[in-house]
Design a binder for this molecule. Structure first.
Ligand SMILES: [Zn+2]
Length: 215
């Protein structure tokens, strides 16, 4: 694997891009890597660097337009940070290391989950769950072993509580039904009627939960 770094300018802000050239890679992928505050661009070895560059811009455009609003790209701008869906001032945030940010956010989310998880366990009449918080690049929540362990992405801390709760409810539903079948959604919606809306907000980085209040 060959790794290089570049920068990309988006709406006047500079973003680092980590470019990984890999063998045995079938397609290009671009995602935002929250753990390292940079874009991660994976490129198959055989692709020319010109083509990689061109494809980067079209992938980036696609990614940005999926968010709908440039402000949704990251949950912070300077020292203003979205916490539980509200933009608050955290002095020194922009100077904090990734690790310090992680520990700060983890404490907040941990506290929230400790309070809120029992509420949803009662709502679903489920068992009690131990949980872990970390950067999980490919999911916001995960239920391991039918409720033996729940995992929650640290990124949830930026979202409106109702959006966080939609992920909690989704994962608890997996105690009863492990796949995403019709039965799964019918049980989930019984306890969480506005699930689809919250899920959409989560996937489009609408930290504030713009559509909140319609339910
Ligand atoms: Zn699921």
């Amino acid at each position: 694997m060959k790794v290089t770094y570049e920068n990309v300018m988006i709406h006047g802000e500079n973003f680092p891009v980590r470019i990984e050239r890999r063998k045995n890679l079938r397609r290009l992928t671009l995602r935002y890597d929250w753990e390292h505050s940079s874009f991660l661009y994976r490129v198959p070895y055989q692709l020319s660097s010109n083509e990689a560059k061109e494809r980067f811009h079209s992938l980036l455009e696609k990614y940005l337009s999926s968010l709908g609003n440039e402000k949704n790209l990251r949950p912070y701008h300077g020292d203003r940070v979205y916490l539980f869906g509200e933009e608050v001032l955290i002095t020194g945030w922009s100077l904090m290391s990734d690790k310090a940010r992680f520990l700060f956010l983890k404490e907040k989310l941990h506290h929230y989950l400790e309070e809120k998880l029992p509420y949803w366990e009662q709502e679903f009449q489920s068992k009690n769950h131990p949980f872990e918080i970390n950067y999980y690049p490919s999911y916001y929540g995960q239920n391991r072993g039918k409720g033996n362990l729940l995992r929650f992405s640290i990124m949830l801390v930026h979202y409106h509580p109702r959006i966080i709760d939609s992920v909690i409810a989704h994962e608890i539903t997996h105690d009863f039904i492990s796949n995403h079948s019709k039965d799964f959604y019918s049980l989930l919606l019984t306890h969480f009627p506005d699930y689809s809306l919250r899920d959409h907000e989560l996937r489009t980085n609408q930290y504030k939960g713009e559509n909140y209040g319609t339910n």
